[in-house]
Design a protein around this ligand. Structure first.
Ligand SMILES: *Cc1c(COP(=O)(O)O)cnc(C)c1O
Length: 371
């Protein structure tokens, strides 16, 4: 592909830290860069505690372990997301209950939480979708009234804010992923963030075999190994220091697409609710009937031109493994299904220059016969 969907944005800062980590011999899951990355991330999000882990999915798992999710519990997840939130719930023997998203934000609809609540519901995972924070005040009101936990999956929304508060600080526990295509990355990585001291302590314990600091090989709880290598934490530490620069570039890139594709009827960009300041992740575009081509046809034409455009995910409610729990429930996600049938991603790398944006913009015009 001439223009990839996403490329990593690494500088000499990250390279220097990684080399230093390698030279120091601290390459496993403890070391100075693990602590430095945790401190930097907590400060970036305005929370008291951060625990870095090996993936975003592990971070969700750890968050649900802290919440005490047990087999048979129900956890409400949005039907429009990468699969991790639902998969983690199912892996724990609990039941992912699939809810629809709202039109204004494309994030989990609080009214759906009320509609789908049962005696078995223990909590909610809200995803800050495609850089856009969910409506946490509404979600918190519903969760508070029912005694439900609220986990924020902010994997796609590094740096975005909800009414001035950073993502990563909006749930009882919040999680990040630092996979290679995420806004900040260290290749593979994740984090849980919270200001609740009990959760910080529990997460630190459980990510490291449930092993106490005080007594060697004594295990207070059943843990796991979710540690992030100090070598990757070094890269992550550099990325957090460069966060503002990366965020500004992504915002400018999304702005350029919006300006230069504004003349095309039948293409629509992601809406932004009044509570949100969005840091674009991968920029989605909606292909409407007025464009004269289907989403799949446009993806095909762009790809034939070397532009790495892609359709987004399959609606969760349509994935066979997740249908087993729908019996007896009114699972219905029309908003998610409509959006996912119309959306494609345009290349969105913070390292893209203006000339590359022009190549994409020209290819879109050409593919739609708009000159
Ligand atoms: C990327 C992503 C994850 C998974 O992160 P990994 O680091 O790949 O495990 C989880 N949730 C959402 C919403 C994501 O986009």
């Amino acid at each position: 592909m001439r223009i990839p969907l996403s490329s990593i944005d690494l500088s000499d800062l990250e390279r220097g830290y990684a080399e230093e980590a390698l030279g120091s011999g601290w390459i496993s899951g403890t070391g100075p860069y693990v602590e430095a990355a945790e401190k930097a991330l907590a400060a970036f999000c305005g929370v008291d505690g951060c625990i870095v882990v090996c993936t975003g999915t592990a971070a969700l798992h750890l968050a649900l372990m802290c919440m005490g999710v047990r087999p048979g519990d129900e956890v409400i997840v949005p039907g429009m997301t990468f699969v991790s939130p639902a998969a983690v719930v199912a892996r724990m023997g609990a039941i992912p209950v699939i809810a629809d998203v709202e039109e204004v934000s494309w994030c989990l609809d609080a009214a759906e939480v009320e509609r789908l609540w049962t005696e078995k519901t223990r909590g909610v995972i809200a995803v800050d979708l495609l850089g856009h924070p969910a409506d946490f005040d509404s979600l918190r009101r519903v969760c508070g009234a029912r005694g439900l936990f609220l986990v924020e999956d902010a994997a796609e929304a590094h740096g975005s804010t909800y009414k001035g508060r950073r993502t990563g600080s909006l749930g009882d526990i919040s999680t990040f992923s630092f996979f290679a295509n995420k806004t900040l990355t260290c290749g593979e990585g994740g984090a849980v963030l919270t200001s609740n001291p009990d959760f910080i302590r529990l997460a630190a314990l459980m990510k490291n075999h449930g092993m106490t600091q005080e007594r060697p090989y004594w295990h207070d709880v059943i843990g796991d190994n979710f540690r992030l290598s100090n070598l990757l934490a070094a890269i992550l530490f550099g990325q957090v220091q460069r966060a503002n620069e990366i965020i500004e570039r992504k915002k400018r890139l999304a702005q350029m697409y919006r300006e230069r594709l504004a003349d095309i009827e039948g293409l629509a960009f992601r809406p932004s609710a009044e509570w949100a300041d969005v840091v674009p992740w991968l920029e989605p575009v909606r292909v409407l009937p007025e464009s004269g081509v289907s989403r799949d046809e446009l993806v095909h034409r762009l790809r034939a031109n070397g532009i790495d455009a892609r359709a987004l995910w399959t609606p969760l409610a349509k994935l066979p493994p997740y249908q087993q729990w729908s019996e007896g429930r009114e699972i219905s996600t029309p908003v998610a299904e409509q959006l996912l049938s119309e959306l494609l991603w345009l290349p969105t790398s913070s390292v893209m220059n203006e000339a590359q944006v022009e190549i994409v913009v020209r290819a879109v015009h050409q593919a739609l016969g708009v000159m």
